[in-house]
Design a protein around this ligand. Structure first.
Ligand code: NAD
Length: 265
């Protein structure tokens, strides 16, 4: 199965705003929506999907299992609750939100994911924030290769080791905070210069970089003009010089938590 390379993320969008934001995104041409149980907006997202008039098979809906619900039975219950809130009978992709290595439940949790997948209630299953060592263990101890690992990835955190591991195992790399949360990154002189050269915005340059890297990217915005701008990245191309300049921006600097130690449930 295929996943759109550019999707719409709804982290930090309150439930009562999610319906409008997702509706705007669907009207702008997005067909992939990334939510999570912990975002508290599966209902608003579901309302937009129900009202949009697009055939379900044209949409790609992702949600994620929250940390507190890891474990075999808890996962099955949490998945039912997510489907209920979304108002759907299946999702396209279900992800384990964080590995929580200190709790040592992600293999058991993933076995419940395999059941959900076998039952056809998630067309694909995968993980988020898994480090290469977690992927090695998971693929050794379970049978369905995760379709996706959704990780923090932007020009300041290019994640070369993870991308190599994904290529080795046949896992798609999905970038969260693809714009570096809009902070600082979009004002970096090298990015601004490339934007001026192409007559594009810095956000479009960064998203085009993701596309040419082969990443899936899920930028978030609640501003209609930015929602439109962020998907308009398929009619120009960065050249080798642009790609080299962006490549040089890597600082291995995270904005979010370190998956090796993050254990908030
Ligand atoms: P992002 O990198 O998408 O940045 C979003 C912010 O950038 C916006 O709030 C806005 O301030 C700014 N912005 C957006 N478009 C812009 C534009 N065209 N011009 C200027 N500024 C612009 O950050 P994010 O929301 O953290 O990440 C995107 C999605 O990734 C989330 O909504 C969520 O779906 C997912 N995510 C997943 C995890 C995870 O643990 N799996 C963690 C964080 C985010």
């Amino acid at each position: 199965m295929e996943m759109p390379q550019l999707g719409f993320g709804v982290w930090q969008v309150p439930d009562d705003e999610a319906e409008r934001a997702v509706t705007t995104a669907l009207q702008a041409g997005y067909r992939s929506i990334d939510t999570a149980a912990v975002y508290g907006n599966e209902e608003g997202t579901g309302r937009a999907i129900a009202a949009c008039g697009l055939p379900r098979e044209e949409l790609f809906v992702t949600t994620k299992l929250w940390n507190a619900d890891q474990g075999y039975d808890a996962t099955l219950r949490a998945f039912d609750a997510s489907l209920d809130k979304l108002g759907l009978d299946h999702v396209d992709l279900y992800l384990i939100h964080w590995p929580l290595p200190s709790r040592n439940l992600y293999v058991e949790t993933y076995r419940a994911f395999e059941k959900i997948h076998a039952d056809g209630r998630a067309r694909a299953i995968g993980v988020s924030n898994f480090l290469p060592e977690h992927l090695d263990r998971l693929t050794e101890e379970t049978s369905v290769i995760p379709a996706v690992n959704q990780i923090e990835l932007h020009p300041h955190l290019q994640q070369r080791a993870s991308r190599e591991k994904h290529a080795e195992l046949g896992i798609a790399t999905e970038a969260w905070s693809p714009l570096g949360q809009g902070k600082g990154l979009l004002e970096v002189p090298a990015i601004v210069a490339i934007a001026q050269k192409h007559g594009r915005t810095p956000a479009q340059i960064v998203l085009r970089w993701h596309v040419q890297q082969g990443n899936v990217a899920i930028p978030k915005s609640v501003t209609p003009s930015r929602i439109e701008e962020n998907i308009d990245v398929f009619s120009f191309e960065l050249d080798a010089e642009d790609l080299g300049a962006i490549s040089a921006l890597n600082e291995n600097r995270r904005l979010g938590p370190d998956p090796a130690t993050f254990d908030v449930a």
